[in-house]
Design a protein around this ligand. Structure first.
Ligand SMILES: [Zn+2]
Length: 292
């Protein structure tokens, strides 16, 4: 199952309610900021609070103030202008604010932007806050990768990874899934396989599973077409073009073999196996079968 942005936010709000801090990871800083703001809006949107909407509206006072970074209970911690690092003074300033009551909401949301910029000293100061955050504050760290963060800081947070291209946004989930699934068929060599592997491995396991299911379903449609059962077979109109395009490339034996391999990989993914290795295994088989 693909988690929509709304479903993900609802599960994150639940985690924040259990006073867990979050660590958002993505190579694209803009995606991180967008995700953090979207979550803050979800928590503070007047329409959501009134029960008039499930998703933040983007139009009410709190939504607009959060977007501009002006909402009093949305606190940004970042390196000061002209400084490359988040210094101990910045964390001290946060400490002064974090124990004050929120102005408008039930909870203050603290966003630590580019957490890689924390010095060791300021990371340790932040760690003390992460160990015992006040009940009315939620902390979200944003970083491009965990490699430059203190392991002790990382261990205090629930990690949430976002893909570089924010293709899960909005109502384009289905098209995004088809696009990604069709890339499985387009790879011609191991370099392209590696690129696809990179793009897939940043996704959540549940998202990877739904893409694998889509690929499986396309394989099944190609097989149907090859067996002359095309009228009955297609599960989605988006598959027709793909099936027509790939039916001459893969023979029935190849298709059956690939479907088996794919089921195997779905099992690996569900059992917490290493995503890159699992994908690598599958993509190499696809490349090999195409070259037959
Ligand atoms: Zn709103």
């Amino acid at each position: 199952m693909f988690l929509s942005e709304l479903e993900l936010n609802q599960s994150l709000i639940h985690a924040l309610g259990n006073s867990k801090s979050l660590l958002f990871l993505c190579e694209d800083i803009d995606v991180l900021t967008h995700k953090a703001k979207k979550l803050a809006k979800q928590i503070n949107c007047l329409l959501v609070l009134e029960g008039a909407a499930v998703d933040s509206c983007g139009q009410c006072g709190p939504c607009q103030m959060i977007e501009k970074g002006e909402y009093p209970d949305f606190i940004l911690v970042q390196a000061q202008a002209g400084s490359a690092s988040i210094k101990i003074e910045d964390i001290r300033r946060l400490k002064e604010r974090i124990y004050l009551k929120p102005f408008q909401s039930k909870k203050k949301i603290i966003i630590v932007q580019e957490a890689e910029r924390l010095t060791v000293e300021s990371a340790n100061a932040l760690l003390k806050i992460l160990e015992e955050p006040p009940d009315d504050a939620s902390i979200i760290l944003l970083a491009q990768s965990i490699s430059r963060l203190l392991p002790t800081v990382v261990s205090r947070c629930r990690q949430v990874r976002f893909p570089k291209k924010d293709f899960l946004q909005g109502n384009d989930d289905y098209q995004a899934r088809i696009d990604l699934a069709s890339r499985f068929f387009e790879i011609e060599d191991l370099i392209q396989a590696d690129l696809l592997c990179e793009d897939i491995s940043v996704l959540e396991r549940s998202e990877i599973d739904s893409i694998l299911l889509e690929v499986l379903s396309i394989l099944r449609d190609i097989l149907m077409l090859n067996l002359g059962l095309k009228e009955a077979g297609f599960r989605a109109s988006a598959h027709i073009d793909l099936a027509l395009r790939w039916k001459d490339v893969f023979g029935c034996d190849s298709l059956e073999y690939l479907m088996e391999a794919l089921l195997q990989v779905r099992e690996y993914v569900s059992k917490n196996a290493n995503i890159k290795l699992s994908m690598d295994f599958l993509l190499k088989i696809i490349v090999r079968e195409k070259q037959k």
